[in-house]
Design a protein around this ligand. Structure first.
Ligand code: PBG
Length: 322
C-alpha cells in the first residue's frame, strides 16, 4: 500500500463519491428526545442553562411530542418535576405523578410514539439523591423497592420502555421481576448501565431540579477513570434482564461505547448529556463554532463509535439537517 498507486484523495474529490463511500449515516430513527414534564397548563418555561429546552406542562409536552413524531423521531424520554419532594420520593410512584399523567396523555394523543420513562428517585427526593438516605449514606437495598414501584407505575400508565438511571446494584433484576409479576413481561428495560459520575450533568440538574443537597453521586455512579468496570456493569445488567444498555455521558466516553458494542449483543444507547449540549450552544451563541456542523459531527461520532440509539437534546435540530 503505497503512494503513488494509492491516493486516498481520489475518493474525496466529489461530493457524490464521498456520499457513496460514507461509512456512517444518521437517520431520525437513531434519536431519542428527552423532555422535562411539570405540573400546570400552558407552561413552557425556558431552562436557562440549556437554550432550546423547556420544562413543559403535559399539554405542551403533547404538542412538542407531536412535532417530534412528525419529524420521524421514534421515541421520547420523560423526566418529571414533581410538586412535592420528600424523603421517600412519593411522587415518583404515585399514579397521579407527573410522569404517569404525561405518559397517559401521550399514549392517548401520539400512540405510535415510543414513550420511555426515566426511573430514578433524584427528581423526587428532598435530598436530591437517587436512593434512600440514612445518616448521610445512600442505601442500596431499601432503594430497590421504591425503584420497582416507580417502574411498575410507569408501566401501568402505559410506558413503552422503562429506563432506570439510578445506578443502585440489582435494580434491573427487581424491576424485571415486578414488571413480570404484574403482566408487563413485554415492557423492555433500557438500563443506564455504564453511567459515570460526570460533571457534564449539571445543566440537567437545573432542568430537573435534582441537585443533591449534600455530597455527590460518586458512591453510586462510576469513576470516569474506569474502563474495565463498564464491562462488569453492563454484563450484570444484561444478566438481570436489561434489553438495551446505555453508556452515559457520550462524548468523553466513546471508547466505552465502542467496547460495549463490540463485546455484547444487545442494542447500545449513548446519552449525549446536558453539559455536552450546553457547551455547544454556548460556544455557538458566541459565534465561536458553526453549531450545525459541530452538532452533526458530534452525533455522527457517537454513532460511528457504535451507538445504536442516541439520547440527545439536539434531536430536533439534527433531523432538520438530515
Ligand atoms: C437521573 C438522571 C441524570 C441524568 C439523567 N438521569 C442526572 C444525574 O444522574 O445526576 C443526566 C442527564 C443529562 O445530563 O442530560 N439520575
Amino acid at each position: 500500500m503505497s503512494f503513488p498507486i494509492h491516493r486516498p484523495r481520489r475518493l474525496r474529490n466529489k461530493q457524490s463519491i464521498r456520499n457513496m463511500v460514507r461509512e456512517t449515516h444518521l437517520t431520525p430513527e437513531d434519536f431519542i428526545y428527552p423532555m422535562f414534564v411539570t405540573f400546570g397548563k400552558g407552561v413552557r418555561k425556558k431552562i436557562s442553562s440549556m437554550p432550546g429546552c423547556y420544562q413543559q406542562s403535559v399539554d405542551e409536552v403533547v404538542k412538542e411530542a407531536q412535532r417530534v413524531y412528525k419529524l420521524g423521531i421514534p421515541a421520547v424520554l420523560l423526566f418529571g418535576i414533581p410538586k412535592h419532594k420528600d424523603e421517600r420520593a412519593s411522587e415518583a410512584y404515585s399514579s397521579k405523578g407527573i410522569v404517569q399523567k404525561a405518559v397517559k396523555a401521550l399514549k392517548d394523543k401520539v400512540p405510535e410514539l415510543v414513550i420511555i420513562t426515566d426511573v430514578c428517585l433524584c427528581e423526587y427526593t428532598n435530598h436530591g439523591h437517587c436512593g434512600v438516605v440514612k445518616n448521610g449514606k445512600i442505601l442500596n437495598d431499601p432503594s430497590l423497592e421504591l425503584l420497582a414501584k416507580e417502574a411498575l407505575s410507569h408501566a401501568r400508565a402505559g410506558a413503552d420502555i422503562v429506563a432506570p438511571s439510578d445506578m443502585m446494584d440489582g435494580r434491573v433484576a427487581v424491576i424485571r421481576d415486578v414488571l413480570d409479576g404484574h403482566g408487563f413481561d413485554e415492557v423492555p428495560i433500557m438500563s443506564y448501565a455504564a453511567k459515570y459520575a460526570s460533571a457534564f450533568y449539571s445543566p440537567f440538574r437545573d432542568a430537573a431540579e435534582s441537585t443533591p443537597q449534600f455530597g455527590d453521586r460518586r458512591s453510586y455512579q462510576m469513576d470516569p477513570s474506569n474502563r474495565r468496570e463498564a464491562f462488569k456493569e453492563v454484563a450484570l445488567d444484561i444478566e438481570e434482564g436489561a434489553d438495551i444498555v446505555m453508556v452515559k455521558p457520550a462524548m468523553c466516553y466513546l471508547d466505552i461505547v465502542s467496547d460495549i458494542k463490540d463485546s455484547f449483543d444487545v442494542p447500545v444507547a449513548a446519552y449525549n448529556v446536558s453539559g455536552e449540549y450546553s457547551m455547544v450552544k454556548a460556544a455557538a451563541q458566541r459565534g465561536w463554532i458553526d453549531e450545525k456542523r459541530v452538532v452533526m459531527e458530534l452525533l455522527t461520532s457517537i454513532k460511528r463509535a457504535g451507538a445504536d440509539l442516541i439520547v440527545t437534546y439536539f434531536a430536533l435540530d439534527a433531523v432538520k439537517e438530515l
